[in-house]
Design a protein around this ligand. Structure first.
Ligand SMILES: Nc1ncnc2c1ncn2[C@@H]1O[C@H](COP(=O)(O)OP(=O)(O)O)[C@@H](O)[C@H]1O
Ligand SMILES: [Mg+2]
Length: 343
């Protein structure tokens, strides 16, 4: 057995806890070099937001260090998000995954969760975009502090980048405070344009901030976009209500996976635990609970998401954890179509 083979053999003890296979079989080991006791390789994960990145690195290090004669192990962690979208999809740009953030009703913090989740994913090094599909009440321009109009060339529109995140919103097209009235076909056409005529470029994750409720716009969007999955936002007390059930019912109707549920505004006023109950009842992952906290709203109003404004805060850590869970769920879905490589 040569040095490289010995290293690969040793690395087979390292299991990806989400994909339930070892990192050699999964084809994660790249650029392996082994010479005179010095071993170098890359571990290429399926998402930079992998929640067990450090753990995998440490296990791989220990496994290779234990080989007789090895003195130095140098591991570089990289990631390549792979798409599960059908080839030839009509989206503008190379978008790997589209994630809708939904809720049964408005005002539960869907936009707040969408921007902070996007910021948390972006902080891991992922390429992230937000599509504001809430055509009736676009919040993304204010929440990301954008007061410009997007540039266009011919039929093409260019997204506006803020805090490292590419965005598109009807809010960019209308005057401040003007009511937006959409008739059914116009709405469908606008969403279609945002998905197909916007030069998104390369994106690992496109987060779609959905309009509230479970009406025409949601169905139209879900039919228009090949969604990888949906994230459902609820307030803690909603457990006794039918809104969340409707959101979940809609996901089932359009055959979309629910990546998880976020409980928002937890605390003394609305209580807590509703998100967890829903997750258990419907057997969907619980992503975490965000407290009702004044600085979350202040950051939303000021145009800098809390995750960016105060990256060390408890809330930022909860969002980072959620981003890891969402990315891991997506990796699991994607893994079913991942070719298993023989190294
Ligand atoms: N956890 C929270 N703590 C305090 N304020 C919040 C929280 N989540 C959202 N908000 C505020 O509540 C309002 C509604 O949130 P928003 O994200 O716009 O909801 P939606 O998009 O579901 O309508 C906004 O003013 C927002 O800043
Ligand atoms: Mg909103």
């Amino acid at each position: 057995m040569n040095d490289k083979e010995a290293v690969l053999e040793a690395l087979k003890v390292v299991q990806d806890p989400d994909l339930h296979k070892d990192i050699v079989t999964l084809g994660f080991i790249k650029d392996l070099a082994a010479c005179a006791g010095v071993v170098k390789f890359k571990i290429e994960l399926t998402t930079p937001a992998c929640p067990v990145k450090e753990q995998l690195k440490q296990q791989a290090y220990d496994a290779v260090m234990a080989i007789e004669g090895v003195t130095t192990v140098n591991i570089e962690m990289t990631a390549q998000v792979k798409s599960s979208l059908p080839v030839g999809n009509k989206l503008g740009g190379d978008i790997k995954h589209v994630i809708a953030v939904t809720s049964g009703k408005g005002g539960v913090g869907k936009s707040t969760c969408a921007v902070n989740l996007a910021a948390a994913l972006s902080a891991t090094g992922a390429k992230v975009g937000i599509l504001d599909a809430d055509v009736y009440g676009p919040n993304i321009p204010v929440m990301l502090g954008i007061h410009r109009k997007p540039e266009g060339r011919g039929k093409k529109l260019f997204p506006i980048k803020a805090h490292g995140i590419k965005t598109m919103s009807v809010g960019y097209m209308i005057e401040d405070g003007q009511p937006v009235m959409w008739r059914g076909p116009m709405l469908h056409r606008a969403l279609q344009q945002f998905l197909q005529d916007v030069e998104w470029g390369e994106l690992d994750y496109l987060i779609v901030d959905m309009p509230p409720g479970t009406g025409d716009a949601q169905l139209s969007l879900a039919q228009l976009v090949p969604l990888t999955g949906m994230v459902v936002v609820t307030t803690p007390q909603e457990v006794s209500q039918t809104d969340v059930r409707r959101a979940i019912g809609m996901a089932e109707q359009v055959k979309t996976t629910i990546l998880g549920v976020i409980e928002n505004m937890a605390g003394e006023i609305f209580g807590e635990g509703g998100g967890k109950t829903i997750s258990e009842k419907f057997d969907i992952p619980f992503l975490g609970s965000i407290p009702l906290q004044a600085d979350i709203r202040k950051c939303g109003d000021s145009g800098v998401p809390l995750v960016i404004e105060n990256a060390e805060s408890n809330v930022a850590k909860i969002f980072a954890d959620m981003a890891g869970k969402v990315a891991a769920e997506i990796s699991k879905i994607q893994a079913t179509s991942l070719p298993v490589l023989e190294v």
